[in-house]
Write a protein that binds this ligand. Structure first.
Ligand SMILES: *Cc1c(COP(=O)(O)O)cnc(C)c1O
Length: 223
């Protein structure tokens, strides 16, 4: 894995985001890049940190615990997003390590996170994951329950939900799913939308994505 290629690819992704913002008539910088470093070890993440990237996404709590504390000591301003499913027995570790948890999708997790944030005195920013394609194998709250769930997080658990996150079905055009998340975000009254990955991040921009989660287009193919 050459250092040169990941930084070159990072620059290319940044340029494509800027171009998509421009084309959609959105302000420059309105779409944040979450660099998804899952499965890549610290040595492979360093060049991307050196190139100035500070927002990263990981999908496993344990993998992140082995990688990020040392990197955080070396690089200031790192913002770490959990983008993978969260088990309630990992809620304490997740609250201790992550700045943003994008995968709140059920009552039990909301309750655990509220409890842990209070116990640790730490405010983690939260997104609700919506299973926009209602796929059996995917995590996320069903679309028809999403707005009420966001309200319950606020009213019953005291959790401020900042945004919605979704992964559209892999084998279909993502536009209608991005549009659905945008509509649900408006109805739920949240400010942010995390949608778009390596294969479709430009298409999420006109639908109001405020962050895109890009892994392989930066780091290369995962094993
Ligand atoms: C792995 C992953 C990504 C990044 O996927 P790429 O196709 O490599 O860009 C984005 N979001 C989630 C939730 C992921 O698990």
């Amino acid at each position: 894995m050459s250092d040169e290629t990941s930084t070159t690819r990072l620059e290319a992704v940044r340029a494509r985001i800027r171009a998509a913002e421009d084309e959609a008539g959105r302000a420059p910088g309105s779409v944040a890049l979450v660099a998804v470093s899952k499965t890549f070890d610290a040595a492979e993440v360093v060049p991307v940190l050196e190139a100035g990237q500070r927002v990263f996404g990981e999908n496993r709590v344990q993998e992140s615990q082995g990688k990020w504390p040392a990197l955080r000591e070396r690089y200031e301003g790192v913002e770490l997003h959990l983008i993978g499913p969260l088990q309630s027995n990992k809620a304490a570790d997740a609250v201790a390590l992550f700045d943003v948890i994008e995968t709140v999708d059920r009552e039990k997790i909301a309750r655990e996170l509220a409890k842990e944030m209070a116990a640790q005195g730490r405010a983690v920013r939260l997104y609700v994951q919506v299973n926009v394609g209602e796929e059996l194998q995917k995590a996320g709250i069903p679309p028809r329950e999403a707005v009420a769930f966001v309200a319950r997080c606020r009213d019953e658990h005291g959790l401020a939900i900042e945004g919605l996150m979704a992964i559209p079905p892999a084998d279909q055009a993502p536009g209608p799913y991005f549009a659905l998340l945008e509509k649900l975000g408006r109805e739920a009254g949240v400010e942010r939308l995390s949608m778009g990955m390596s294969g479709d991040f430009e298409r999420a921009v006109p639908f109001g994505a405020t962050s895109v989660r890009v892994g392989s287009a930066i780091f290369g193919t995962r094993d």
